[in-house]
Structures are given as structure tokens and as C-alpha cells.
Unconditional design. Sequence first.
Length: 207
Amino acid sequence: MPRQQRRRRTGLDTFTRPSPAAVTYDLSARDQATIRVPPGSSWTSGPHWHAAHTEFLQVLSGRARVTLSGHDLCVGPGDGTVTVPRGVVHEWRRADAAEGEVGEDLVVREWTEPRDGAKEIFFRNLNGIILDGTSSGDGGGGGSGSAWGGAMLTLELWNLFWRADNYPVVLNDGWLGAAATRVLMGAAVALGWVLGRPGVYEEYSVR
């Protein structure tokens, strides 16, 4: 099986992905990420939970729609820090601007406890995998536009999710959904080991 060509990104602290889900990640500060979502972007964190980390969200500008266990909050710079306990399903994205308004960039600072480097590992590999996997030069059998490329991208992301304590919701946010996520993740990790797609790569690691 051909090895995917990966661009070495160890010296980068800022990662930008294009529209429609435009987003910029600033990883220059240790153990935290500052995420900028411009007006019109469809970007979302996706519903997920963390088994071993408590997460904190602080809105620096704009307004975020934060969903915690099915309850929506509209959070701005003056609303303090949102605490996401371990095991709680959550998601955040831009809050819709009023009709006719362009709005400003949403900027959110994220960090977790314990501060064990998992946040930085996750975002560096997440962006490396997506940026390299969606490029036309994928040496693993085509970019994400091909069936193989899309499957390998998904497989790599699920392996990363497992390694970085990030569990996506695939069915619902109850116990059955949690079980389904763990079963799928276990299968993805096993397949990733067989195919050499562990989800964390030295090309994306910090120097």
C-alpha cells in the first residue's frame, strides 16, 4: 500500500482551512487553542465528549452557540468561561447574526484540565490530516474526493479521536450512542493499526 505524502508542519503554530467551513487555529500558546470562525462559515466542533478531560471555552469576540447535553447557550465575551465536565456531550459554532448583519469573527479560547498536551496534539494532527488528506497530492490513493481517500481520511480522524480523548456522537447522546461510538472507534483503531494509519504523526508533532 502506498504511503501518504505528508507535509511537515512541525514549525507551524497557525492553521487555516478554507470555506465553506472556514476556520483558523492558533496554537502558539501551550496547552490551549484559540479558534477563529469568520462570518458565513459553516464550521462546527461537532457533537462530542471527553472521557478524561474537563474542557473550558472562553469567547473573546463574536457570539457562540454552545450546546451542552442538548441545551443551547448563546455565549459572548462578557459571559465568562463555559465549563464542560467530563462525559458531557457538547458542540459549539457561530451564533447566527441578525438578518442583514454580517457579524464579526467568532474567536474562542479552548483549554482542558489536565493540561497534558492532548489539546495541542489533537489540533496539530487534526489540521495536518485534513489539509494533507484534501489536497490533490495524496499519495495514499487520491484526495478526499475519491472513495478511497475519503475512507482513509475518516479512518485517520477516528484513530486521532481515540488517541486524543475526543469521542464523536454517532447515534445519540445516551448510553446506547456512547456504546456505538466506542464500538466503531475500536474497529477503526484496529483497522488503522493494520493499515498503518495511527492518526498521530511525527510530521505534525511539535519540535
